[in-house]
Design a binder for this molecule. Structure first.
Ligand SMILES: C[S@@+](CC[C@H](N)C(=O)[O-])C[C@H]1O[C@@H](n2cnc3c(N)ncnc32)[C@H](O)[C@@H]1O
Length: 263
């Protein structure tokens, strides 16, 4: 799979740059924050209740970046493992563990081939991690393999609508459909990384084929006091108050994979 290997190298290089430009500095703010929130506009988990009680759950975050989500889960009583492809992002995460605590394992690996044995976790999470940067057919299969029966997968990604409205060469979502949904899947940004943006029907097919029952799709809008992100140019707060900028999926592993998930 030469294209997959090239994508991996391209994304690893991109995240070293993003770490130097933004996340290494922003991680201190993210780790210090008390509340568990989701996405660019900080929608509070308490308003959604998507995770439920995480006390004593074994959790793996696929594409953890600087691992602030795992840190917040650890503070709520979970036992997280943070996994990421980028040594730079993991070095920032390790620095934050030393500065703020708590500590938990950090693993450098590809979320499409996780070096951990089957059925080790109760919850798999991803916030703009594997959910954006990995091929859904591969990382969702890995999530299913890593979960114990009845375990849950919760992940956040760009909304399908936002992806359709973002210009070809990046920038904030507009009020026009700028790319076709038909064939939307692997999106290689000029001069940037490679992302995966399945449509809703494709997510449901891949999740179902890997044994998941969809519990919820939360379409996230910016809160009234939400502000446009200062680094990630995806959707302005004004746009995201009118249209959902992010999709937050929750699914439960209820049966073995059928293997008919290709799209
Ligand atoms: C946007 S960060 C996600 C972390 C955090 N929740 C956030 O929103 O900043 C995306 C992360 O995905 C990681 N990533 C990209 N491709 C990956 C892969 N194949 N396996 C594991 N992690 C990957 C990148 O290294 C990066 O740290």
């Amino acid at each position: 799979m030469p294209e997959a290997r090239a994508d991996l190298a391209r994304n690893r290089a991109l995240w070293a740059v993003v770490n130097a430009q933004f996340t290494a500095e922003d991680a201190a703010r993210a780790w210090a924050a008390e509340e568990l929130t989701w996405g660019l506009f900080g929608v509070p988990e308490r308003d959604l209740g998507v995770l439920g009680d995480v006390t004593d759950l074994d959790v793996i975050e696929l594409g953890c970046g600087t691992a602030y989500l795992s840190a917040r889960l650890a503070r709520l009583g979970a036992r997280p493992v943070g996994l990421d492809l980028s040594p730079a992002q993991l070095a920032t995460a390790a620095g934050c563990q030393r500065r703020f605590g708590p500590g938990f394992p950090l693993v450098e690996a590809d979320a499409e081939a996780v070096p951990v044995r089957d059925a080790s976790f109760d919850l798999v999470v991803s916030e703009y991690g594997a959910s954006v940067w990995c091929d859904p057919e591969r990382w969702v299969a890995e999530a299913a393999r890593l979960l114990r029966p009845g375990g849950r997968l919760v992940f956040l990604t760009n909304s399908v609508l936002a992806t359709l409205c973002v210009p070809e060469d990046e920038g904030f979502a507009t009020e026009r459909l700028l790319r076709p949904q038909r064939g939307l899947r692997r999106v290689a940004w000029p001069g940037g990384g490679v992302e995966f943006h399945p449509a809703h029907g494709d997510w449901i097919r891949v999740l179902g084929a890997n044994g998941f029952a969809v519990e919820a799709l939360h379409e996230l809008y910016a809160p009234t006091d939400g502000e446009t992100h200062g680094y990630y140019a995806i959707a302005t707060a004004r746009w995201a108050r009118r249209w959902p900028a992010e999709d937050l999926w929750a699914a439960r592993l209820t049966r073995p994979a059928s293997g008919f998930g290709a799209y």
